[in-house]
Design a protein around this ligand. Structure first.
Ligand SMILES: *Cc1c(COP(=O)(O)O)cnc(C)c1O
Length: 403
């Protein structure tokens, strides 16, 4: 690439691609191939021996996938990235890479339901244990670290409670103890938050969400700063466990990614307006959106995030019955898990994304039956608001709530 682009908005569109090497095609070509031909047997030998760079087989690398990886590495201010067939493939790859039998993983107070499931499986099958902590002060982090702890695995904002973890603090304490820090940055996207800047060792994404942004791909990404270490993951866990992305999905993500900055700005603007609206809704008992002055962690939000993004969680009065009744009354807003799409989506974590977590654990994470998670889309904000408003009114009437 001739130009050294600096700003994210430009990187998102150009990084890692020169049309002159691809028949002058403006759009990144889709290399839908499983394997690559060698010009001679000797060339094949050299490529397998690592003496000559070049393609071998698409599980080890593909030109379309590589462009996505380069772009994402740059967007996360990292040196190297790997693309996977799902967010969970990225989560499992990095956890397999950093742990061995007997190790302990220290986690943020809440994590994605399937990540929880994976940790339970690692514990049962391989004796790799885990525990949870709010990680809110230096003392609390220190007290949670065990002799066998090897890494700290965090989400911030935490899905679905929107609680933040102070990236600067956690990285500082983890460094002192030689622990790797892994951050699931799905909720913010690389446009709003860059955990590597705070000293994290790995950042991962469910690219299914904001990065692709169009609700038509399942994919994951892992970014790091240590090029040799990342190559090691590529040539061991990724190659041999095999959770790679298809070239077509990588191509779709490259296409979706082009508008990430425009989308994130609008998601954030829409969400900010909806937060104000929800603050005035009498059916809502609590609003969880850290990038708002009313939130207790607003200072941390400002320190590590560029804007709040499109996710708002809130507690509705009347518990599970009211929550489900409310969802059923929505017309424009779709009932669906996943997030970060153009369509506004709503889900009930206790019975959906976080239903695999035992009730006791779930309550400890702050996921009660009155909690709803709204993924604010790109529709006109007043249309989203009108839909919420009419459904709130029906809840009030049906449950005879007084204002
Ligand atoms: C969706 C999600 C995942 C899992 O990603 P998939 O692409 O569905 O495998 C992991 N972490 C968070 C925070 C998510 O929202």
């Amino acid at each position: 690439m001739k130009n050294e682009f600096i700003r994210k908005e430009t990187t998102i569109i150009h990084k890692g691609y020169s049309s002159e090497h691809h028949h002058d095609s403006l759009s990144v070509p889709l290399y839908q191939t499983s394997t690559y031909t060698f010009s001679s047997a000797e060339q094949g030998e050299r490529r397998f021996a690592g003496e000559e760079s070049g393609n071998i087989y698409s599980r080890l690398g593909n030109p379309t996938v590589r462009i996505l990886e380069e772009r994402i590495a740059e967007l996360e201010n990292g040196q190297s990235a790997l693309a996977f067939g799902s967010g969970m493939a990225a989560v499992s790859a990095v956890l397999i890479h950093v742990t061995k039998t007997g190790d302990h993983i220290l986690c943020s107070r809440g994590i994605y339901g399937c990540t929880f499931g994976l940790l339970e499986m690692m514990d049962e099958k391989y004796n790799i244990s885990h525990s949870f902590s709010a990680l809110s002060t230096e003392q609390e982090i220190e007290a949670s670290i065990r002799p066998e702890t090897v890494c700290v695995y965090i989400e911030t904002p935490i899905n679905p409670t929107m609680e933040l973890v102070d990236l600067e603090l956690v990285n500082k304490v983890a460094k002192k103890h030689g622990l790797k820090v892994i951050v699931d940055n799905t909720f913010s996207s690389p446009y709003l938050q860059n955990p590597l800047d705070f000293g994290a060792d790995y950042v991962l994404h469910s690219a299914t969400k904001y990065i692709n942004g169009h609700g038509d791909v399942i994919a994951g990404l892992l970014i790091g700063n240590d090029v040799d270490d990342m190559m090691n993951i590529r040539m061991t866990v990724q190659k041999d466990v095999g959770g790679i992305i298809s070239p077509f999905d990588a191509w779709l993500i490259i296409r979706g990614l082009k508008t990430l900055h425009v989308r994130m700005d609008r998601h954030s603007e829409n969400a900010q307006q909806l937060v104000s609206f929800l603050q005035s809704a009498s059916v809502v008992s609590e609003i969880l959106y850290p990038f708002d002055p009313s939130h207790p962690q607003y200072e941390i939000a400002k320190k590590q995030m560029k804007a709040g993004g499109g996710l708002i969680s809130f507690n509705i009065k009347g518990g599970k019955k009211a929550a489900q009744f409310f969802m059923n009354e929505l017309q424009l807003i779709k009932i669906a898990v996943s997030l970060g799409d153009a369509e506004t989506l709503i889900q009930h974590p206790a019975t959906m994304t976080h239903s695999v977590i035992p009730e006791v654990e779930r309550e400890k994470m702050g996921v009660s039956h009155s909690l709803l998670r709204l993924s604010v889309g790109l529709e006109h904000v007043e249309d989203i608001m009108a839909d919420l408003k009419q459904a709130f009114a029906k809840v009030e009437t049906h449950f005879a709530m007084t204002k």
